[in-house]
Design a protein around this ligand. Structure first.
Ligand SMILES: Cc1cc2nc3c(=O)[nH]c(=O)nc-3n(C[C@H](O)[C@H](O)[C@H](O)COP(=O)(O)OP(=O)(O)OC[C@H]3O[C@@H](n4cnc5c(N)ncnc54)[C@H](O)[C@@H]3O)c2cc1C
Length: 456
């Protein structure tokens, strides 16, 4: 980008501005059909804050610059418990961005920053790998695998298509053409037309996420790590995990949502971002992973690989990981992922880190009963799975969305990305990460060029 283009960018003068340049006005990702669609979106955004000028304008220092390289403004609404932080310090020649969250949004953000020559460090809580809700559980053998959140994804946007094409070339994803049906309680199945390509990670969703970042020279990964403190310090963002410091950064990206993000933002000096994040509502979904010695009796239901279930309270989706990931091997145990409905998830919600055994047992029984009911089998006739695991996705899917690609606060050199900003899918998360990376990199490059001009 030329200096003139950067200087004429309106972006840096308007904090908390929807990322208009990146998606055409009124752009909407068509809502594809996934296991667990969120509710219809409602508009949340209340607009920006009136187009304040950026303190980096003209390289002048703010007269109210504080001891930590920031100035505090009182122009914040009463309802905000914290004041807006405003960075006035010069940007480093080789800036580094902290990305908190290593799901699709955070990783695509890191890769897009890399394309623009900007380094990042991605922090993620994942013990077994990256990916967040692109989660895969691998049990003691390479064919005993469950995708236990995202099951497949579709593409409607050219920019995401380009990325997916690169993953296809590298063999990280492939098209999944298995039969999908809509299954009514009692066993009546009708095929879902194959209207858009569906993609799956060749070795599961999580290995896709681990692989896309593994070749990166400019994105550093820190995991497992739960960032619990985010504070402005000497004109940078200082991050810590409990009392353990994790470095200082020129800009920060919040690439996760839910209670954790609310807590992290609540004392960060980013009231606008905090306010937007707090409007998000999320559903809860139970997942049951179950492995069976023999195929389930579904041939009368058209031998499907995945089914959207209707009319069963404890079951909304059933997907056969074995036929999806190992289509050529017919002698393997069958690994199925079952999801409850959101209504069932809400009624049976417990703390997800500490699920009581009795609840896990009840949820397992309810979901397996749901499978019997969906397949039209008599109660108790389904073969017993030899492996089960129950998991609650306490913050599963957004039920409302502002339908903007990202939220960016140039004063605070901070932004939020994630699926919820555009919808509730892998594609939404990837586009959001890309969009925020463009804004962050444009600001950092702009600030740097302004500084250089001032010195010339
Ligand atoms: C049950 C289920 C089924 C789904 N099925 C599909 C599907 O079939 N197709 C589809 O397209 N989409 C599906 N989705 C949605 C899809 O998985 C998400 O839209 C997408 O993965 C979200 O990516 P993200 O990067 O926005 O967030 P996440 O994947 O949630 O990533 C956020 C990451 O940040 C980490 N994190 C949080 N707090 C901190 C902290 N303080 N410090 C460090 N790290 C932190 C989290 O651990 C997580 O790894 C499904 C979701 C669920 C729950």
């Amino acid at each position: 980008m030329t200096t003139t283009a950067l200087l004429s960018s309106s972006l840096v003068f308007q904090p908390i501005k929807p990322c208009k340049p990146f998606l055409p006005r009124n752009h909407r990702i068509p809502r594809p059909r996934f296991p667990l669609c969120s509710a219809e979106p409602t508009h949340l955004m209340k607009g920006g804050d009136g187009g304040r000028r950026s303190p980096v304008d003209g390289g002048r220092r703010s007269p109210r610059r504080g001891p930590h390289g920031t100035s505090r403004r009182s122009a914040v609404k009463k309802s905000f418990a914290q004041e807006q932080v405003v960075f006035t310090t010069p940007v480093a020649r080789d800036p580094v961005v902290a990305i908190i969250g290593g799901g699709v949004a955070g990783l695509v953000c890191a890769l897009t920053l890399e394309e623009r020559g900007i380094r990042s460090t991605v922090f993620d809580t994942g013990i077994h790998g990256l990916g967040g809700r692109m989660a895969t559980r691998i049990i003691d053998s390479r064919t005993f695998i469950f995708d236990h959140a995202a099951q497949f994804f579709t593409v409607s946007d050219l920019r995401f298509q380009k990325l997916v094409d690169r993953w296809l070339e590298k063999g990280l994803v492939r098209e999944w053409k298995g039969l999908l049906v809509e299954l009514e309680a009692g066993g009546r199945a009708s095929p879902v037309p194959y209207s858009a390509s569906r993609y799956v990670g060749t070795k599961g969703m999580r290995s896709l996420m681990d692989s896309i970042i593994s070749q990166s020279n400019m994105a550093n990964i820190v995991r497992p790590c739960w960032i619990s403190k985010l504070e402005p310090f000497n004109g940078t963002w200082r991050l810590a995990e409990r009392e353990k410091p994790h470095g200082q950064f020129d800009a920060v990206v919040i690439a996760h949502n839910g209670k954790c993000a609310n807590r992290l933002l609540s004392s960060s000096g980013l009231p606008q971002l905090t306010k937007q994040m707090k409007t998000l509502e999320l559903s809860s979904i139970w997942a049951l992973l179950a492995a069976f010695e023999d195929p389930l009796p579904i041939s009368q239901n058209r031998d499907f690989e995945g089914a959207f279930v209707k009319g069963v309270d404890s079951l909304s989706w059933m997907g056969n990981n074995t036929s999806k990931l190992f289509p050529l091997q017919s002698d393997l145990p069958q690994c199925w992922t079952f999801f409850s409905t959101a209504a069932y998830g809400k009624r049976n919600k417990v703390p997800q880190e500490n699920i009581p055994n009795a609840t896990a047992e009840k949820v397992k029984d309810d979901i397996l009963e749901g499978v019997e009911s969906a397949l039209g089998l008599s109660k108790g006739s389904l073969q017993k799975p030899f492996y089960t695991r129950v998991q609650l996705w306490g913050a599963a899917l957004p039920t409302n969305s502002p339908e903007i690609p990202c939220i960016f606060d140039p004063n605070g050199r901070a932004g939020i990305c994630g699926d919820w900003l555009l919808g509730s899918s892998v594609e939404a998360a990837a586009l959001s990460g890309m969009s925020l990376a463009h804004h962050v990199s444009t600001l950092l490059i702009y600030c740097f060029l302004v500084q250089v001009q001032v010195y010339l």
